[in-house]
Design a protein around this ligand. Structure first.
Ligand code: FA5
Length: 343
């Protein structure tokens, strides 16, 4: 009969329990001791074979050892469970008082921002904001504006640069078409602006797009003059750029205005002193303007002897580029969010 050293077995198991670092490890040790093929089972099998007297003493000792090891296991298990819970608590600790990260919000396109500002300024001066179709017909885009089919003036307004549609009609090449649409339906006195998209088959570069914006204006009454035009435009520019801006009118030609002029504004970047953007001239081109041609009134069934007024058509992208110091017109339609996020 082999000698069973309960004491050393107990010490061995106690040491193992003490060293256990996780519940899983402890469970493995438990199975080694109390499991099917565990040491305890093995001893239990031996006990009935012992002589009666020895059996009783040994049995009692063995029972006590089992009990005390069981207690030890339980104690350790409780300890390890608490430790594990504490670790989870520390790892998964959530501060519910921290504000959540801000949800990303969209930005307005600079054209939209400028458009709103422009509309607000002109509305405060009694102008109505009007829209017209982007797909036009020859009558509104050319003919009614005193640009007959065989007239070389069609070249001035980029006949070869107009997008014609297979289905008939064309993409409007300027917002002046809306002058006609409005005067066909409304009698003067009138004051309107038309901020709108226009399309031209131009070669794209830093200052030319094929899909850009114009700001049209029309003011007609009994005695509206160039002086009114100058005053209104200067007031508009001052409020748009938030600084004093001078304007200069140069003689020009448009079939739908007489006289016609090119409108220059004093450079808003160098205040007219001369810089790279204005090519040291102190002036920037901003668009065309003039007094509405008598034929335009006639084409809208209005009496040219009765009415007079001015019209203008500015490059809106140009105005926005100057306001926000945008160096390249191509950025507007680029869809580049890094650009848009700056506004
Ligand atoms: C016209 O389109 C006339 N309808 C303007 C007008 C209206 C004159 C009413 C008189 C009375 P023009 O083709 O010059 O004119 O264009 C006006 C402005 O649009 C230009 O000064 C320029 O600032 C802008 N523009 C023209 N082409 C482009 C382009 N490809 N890309 C960006 N801006 C352009």
């Amino acid at each position: 009969m082999e000698k069973i050293d309960l004491k050393s077995l107990e010490n061995k198991v106690r040491k193992k329990i003490e060293k256990a670092e996780s519940l899983k490890e402890l469970d493995t040790i438990f199975k080694e001791v109390f499991g099917k093929d565990g040491e305890v089972k093995k001893i239990s099998k031996i006990i009935p074979k012992l002589p009666k007297k020895q059996r009783k003493i040994f049995g009692e000792k063995f029972g006590k050892m089992k009990e005390s090891l069981m207690e030890e296991f339980e104690k350790k298990a409780k300890e390890l469970k608490e430790k594990a819970e504490k670790e989870v608590e520390e790892k998964e600790w959530i501060d519910i008082t921290i504000p959540p990260p801000k949800a990303p919000i969209g930005h307005y396109h600079p054209i939209t921002l400028a458009r709103r500002k422009i509309e607000e300024i002109f509305q405060s001066m009694g102008f109505e904001v009007v829209e017209g179709p982007e797909i036009e017909d020859e009558w509104h885009n050319f003919d009614a504006l005193n640009i007959p089919p065989d007239h070389p003036a069609r070249d001035v307004l980029s006949l070869g640069k107009t997008f014609y549609l297979k289905s008939g009609g064309l993409m409007r090449s300027h917002t002046s078409s809306v002058q006609i649409r409005y005067m066909e339906k409304n009698s003067p006195p009138l004051r309107i602006i038309v901020p709108g998209r226009v399309f031209r088959l131009d070669a794209i570069d830093a200052s030319h797009e094929i899909d850009f914006w114009q700001l049209e204006g029309l003011m007609v009454g009994k005695d509206i003059s160039v002086a009114n035009f100058k005053a209104i435009i200067e007031e508009f520019l001052k409020r748009f750029f938030e600084k004093e801006v001078k304007i200069r009118l140069r003689p020009s030609f448009f079939p739908f205005t007489e006289p016609s002029f090119e409108v220059d504004i004093s450079c808003v970047l160098c205040n007219g002193k001369g810089c790279q953007v204005c090519k040291n001239s102190g002036w920037l081109e901003c668009g065309g303007a003039g007094m509405v041609h008598p034929n335009v009134y006639k084409n809208c069934k209005l009496n040219p002897k009765e009415w007079q007024g001015f019209a203008f058509g500015f490059g809106m992208n140009r105005l926005v580029m100057l306001k926000y110091k945008i160096p390249d017109i191509r950025l507007f339609n680029s869809g580049d969010l890094r650009f848009l996020h700056q506004f």
